[in-house]
Design a protein around this ligand. Structure first.
Ligand SMILES: [Zn+2]
Length: 389
């Protein structure tokens, strides 16, 4: 009860004490006076009681007031950095591309999405010879079949470009060991029928074709449009002029005509807008990557075999390496999804185990840090992002 509530009650008590003391001090002159004094005392007590009752009704007793819950602020734990792999060249380091930490953690641990350690090997093909390989950028049909069989035996499954984009952008579910098979340049339908259709028919494996959008071969457009309609050859953009790779000396106009021209032609001939640009000759610049984004591409591919891809984890180099002079550094582009690495078909088999181990170690590293990341999410993210599905 507050001091203020007591104040009028105290005044009455004081008054009562005063009346009783006066009565006690004076001689008992008349019974009437004694009765009057008793009546005054009773009246004072009744008043005091009424006031206390009224006060009690207005002010709840202290014991009924709930104590405020003590809020001890929780300190979010420091988050671990990305998985570092001993299987990469020391100059090739994992680059992340999702700026929003809460969004990244939510997509990473959502049980409907790909579990950590899900890994994608991108392999590029050019010419495939029926006999022994005789030119550079060529693999024999026997070696290509061996590669395909080894991939299957090691648990890889082929995906298409849309699946890769959904995985890299949103961690959408794909096979835990995925491979994206990318054939560069224009080919007759026979090329796909001979070398890739058997794997589509046996295993349902799609193949991507980085198609050069020169408009000089209507026969090729027609053959490939028929395959596009079947759905298992997935056509993406690979320039128009193609033979002049983009460099820092390229004009804005040339870069735009290559990127926009290829986009428009693929959409027109194959009935589906491309989502990836495969840089002809592996040539790209920061400005070209910006234009690619403006045109509407989601992904870009180089010819640099730096390693496999994982969600928010792309191995790239920030500086040129004299030991590998043909590998343009991708870091300056500042958009990892536009400069994704690819393995070469000729030596891809030698990297299968490396890709498998990177996925396995990344999964173990994520598991080891799971409790910390979930605690961070709970403290920092959950109030605005909601719980992880
Ligand atoms: Zn090419």
């Amino acid at each position: 009860m507050t001091l203020r509530a007591w104040t009028p009650a105290c005044a009455v008590v004081l008054g009562l004490i005063l009346i009783l003391s006066l009565g006690a001090c004076r001689p008992a002159s008349s019974p009437t006076e004694t009765v009057d004094l008793q009546a005054a005392a009773e009246q004072a007590l009744a008043t005091l009681y009424a006031q206390m009752t009224a006060t009690a009704q207005v002010t709840p007793p202290a014991t009924d007031t709930p104590d405020p819950t003590p809020t001890v602020p929780r300190t979010p734990p420091a988050l671990p950095g990305p998985y570092q792999s001993p299987y990469l060249n020391p100059l090739d380091t994992p680059h992340t591309y999702i700026q929003d930490t809460c969004e990244y953690l939510r997509l990473k641990w959502d049980s409907n999405n790909s579990p950590p350690g899900t890994v994608v090997m991108v392999i590029m093909f050019h010419s495939i010879s029926k006999g022994a390989a005789s030119q550079s950028y060529q693999i024999s049909a026997a070696d290509q079949r061996r590669l395909m069989n080894d991939l299957k035996e090691m648990g890889f499954e082929a995906i298409n470009m849309q699946q890769l984009a959904d995985f890299l952008e949103h961690n959408a579910k794909i096979p835990p060991r995925s491979v994206l098979l990318v054939v560069d340049d224009r080919h007759h339908a026979e090329y796909f029928n001979d070398h890739f259709r058997p794997f589509y028919e046996q295993w349902g494996w799609p193949v991507v074709n980085a198609y050069i959008a020169k408009d000089e071969r209507p026969d090729l457009w027609a053959e490939n449009a028929a395959l596009a309609a079947e759905g298992w050859v997935d056509y993406q953009a690979h320039g128009v002029i193609h033979n002049v790779p983009i460099t820092s000396a390229s004009s804005e106009e040339y870069m735009r005509s290559e990127l926009q021209g290829a986009y428009d032609a693929i959409r027109e001939h194959y009935g589906k807008a491309p989502i990836a640009y495969i840089w002809p000759g592996g040539g790209f610049t920061p400005r070209a990557a910006q234009i690619a984004r403006e045109v509407g591409y989601h992904l870009g591919f180089t010819v640099n075999p730096r390693g496999p891809l994982m969600f928010n984890w792309i191995p790239l180099a920030d500086e040129a390496d004299p030991a590998r002079p043909s590998y343009l550094p991708e870091g300056p582009v500042n958009d990892p999804l536009m400069v994704l690495p690819r393995y070469w078909d000729m030596d891809a088999r030698a990297h299968l185990d490396q890709v498998r181990l990177i996925g396995k170690e990344a999964a173990a590293y994520a598991e080891q840090n799971k409790a910390i990341e979930l605690e961070y999410y709970d403290i920092v993210c959950a109030p605005t992002y909601g719980p992880i599905p």
